[in-house]
Ligand binder design. Structure first.
Ligand SMILES: Cc1cc2nc3c(=O)[nH]c(=O)nc-3n(C[C@H](O)[C@H](O)[C@H](O)COP(=O)(O)OP(=O)(O)OC[C@H]3O[C@@H](n4cnc5c(N)ncnc54)[C@H](O)[C@@H]3O)c2cc1C
Ligand code: SF4
Length: 339
């Protein structure tokens, strides 16, 4: 294991001080629990000169949740979120997703902000410096080509694997952002721009996979929030290689409403498949009907068209797409039949 390089650690206690620290240190990175960032630093993937720890900023540590809505500060830990009684009662998809992340020690350290802004992953990227050196660095770091898709022409397919994003996407969540240019609130799905498309210039709303987060320079996530929808049932499930501690092979969040024997509303979101979490488009057309054979075929078709798993993990892309489809079918059925 490589030694950690030197860096300066700043520990602001107010949001204003954290933002000032970001503005005066353009090459800094926000640090949550460090369960992903310090691993990447140790592997020489990133080498920020300054880390700004967010965990002492009191404004970022609150959970507000009741039957009307949920608001979670960026420095709330995954353990706090998964155990919160009102989150479990009213937003089970969020509590379950938080509970499924990594292992218990990671959940005590890992934060909501760090999970939402988790770096994308790939078997050619999450390796030590010497391994990447020996195997030719890829274009997500200092190389020129993608080993997953050598003809990708500048595009990276590294996979977004955070579990919280799909859960919040099914609730129609927004994120609060703060940075040197001020504060803004945007729909959560707008911060994930890892579309991995070729021949389209990288912009604030369209990334190439290498750029997958629409955060502006110096910007941090301060909170994520959503309104409750009466009658919405929700849940999260994922398949992983080691059940005790592992990123998802594929993860799925489902939220739906039932009206008698028909589906009144359906939202399905995936992680572990694309360079961004995918909120499945077209589910509205599957509503106003029972869960018949045509429904499941329609759901499978949407998954097949929008889930684009590549060989970025040890499990093949086509297997992850199949897992995504099976998980979605299972969870929709379970929630629909829930008394
Ligand atoms: C063995 C192992 C298994 C894991 N399994 C899973 C898993 O199953 N599911 C999963 O989702 N994750 C998993 N992880 C990754 C990680 O533990 C979690 O995603 C965790 O939630 C990351 O949060 P953190 O606070 O530790 O983030 P950090 O490591 O502190 O930060 C992660 C990234 O977010 C940025 N960041 C942090 N806070 C903010 C903020 N407020 N605003 C903007 N950017 C910010 C950092 O700069 C960094 O780029 C695993 C990690 C390990 C080591
Ligand atoms: S998908 Fe390609 S460019 Fe992206 S990390 Fe993997 S090998 Fe590198």
């Amino acid at each position: 294991m490589d030694a950690l390089p030197d860096f300066k650690l700043l520990r602001p206690t107010t949001l204003d001080d954290a933002l000032k620290a970001r503005a005066t240190n353009p090459d800094s990175r926000p640090l949550g629990g460090g369960t992903d960032l310090t691993v990447n630093i140790r592997r020489g993937i990133v080498a920020p000169a300054v880390l700004i720890e967010m965990n002492n900023v009191a404004e970022l540590r609150a959970i507000k949740a009741d039957a009307n809505g949920i608001e979670v500060g960026a420095s709330v830990t995954l353990a706090e979120l998964s155990e919160h009684p009102a989150v479990r009662a009213h937003y089970p998809v969020v509590a379950q997703a938080a509970h499924e992340i990594a292992g218990p020690t990671h959940r005590v350290m890992g934060t909501v902000g760090g999970n939402l802004c988790l770096d994308t992953r790939c078997i050619y990227y999450n390796q030590s410096e010497w391994w990447r050196d020996a195997n030719n660095h890829c274009l997500k770091t200092t190389g020129t080509m993608c080993h997953v898709a050598p003809k990708s022409r500048g595009v990276c397919f590294a996979t977004f694997s955070g579990d919280l994003a799909p859960a919040f996407l099914t609730l129609g969540a927004e994120v609060d952002l703060a940075g040197p240019q001020g504060r803004r609130t945007v729909p959560l799905d707008q911060i994930y721009i890892g579309f991995a498309r070729q021949d389209v210039p990288v912009t604030e709303t369209q990334g190439d996979g290498k750029f997958f987060l629409a955060l502006r320079p110096g910007e941090i996530v301060t909170a994520v929030r959503a309104k409750n929808t009466p009658g919405l049932r929700s849940a999260y499930d994922k398949i992983r290689i080691r059940r005790s501690i592992e990123y998802p092979v594929a993860g799925v969040a489902v939220a739906l409403r039932r009206d008698g024997d028909t589906l009144a509303d359906l939202r399905v979101a995936f992680t572990g498949t694309n360079p961004r979490p995918v909120l499945l488009g077209g589910t509205k057309d599957l509503c106003s009907r029972p869960l018949d054979e045509a429904f499941y075929k329609g759901l499978d078709d949407l998954v097949r068209d929008q889930v684009m798993a590549m060989k970025t993990t040890f499990t093949p892309g086509h297997y992850r797409r199949r897992v995504a489809s099976v998980l979605a079918r299972r969870l929709v059925t379970k929630l629909f039949e829930q008394p």
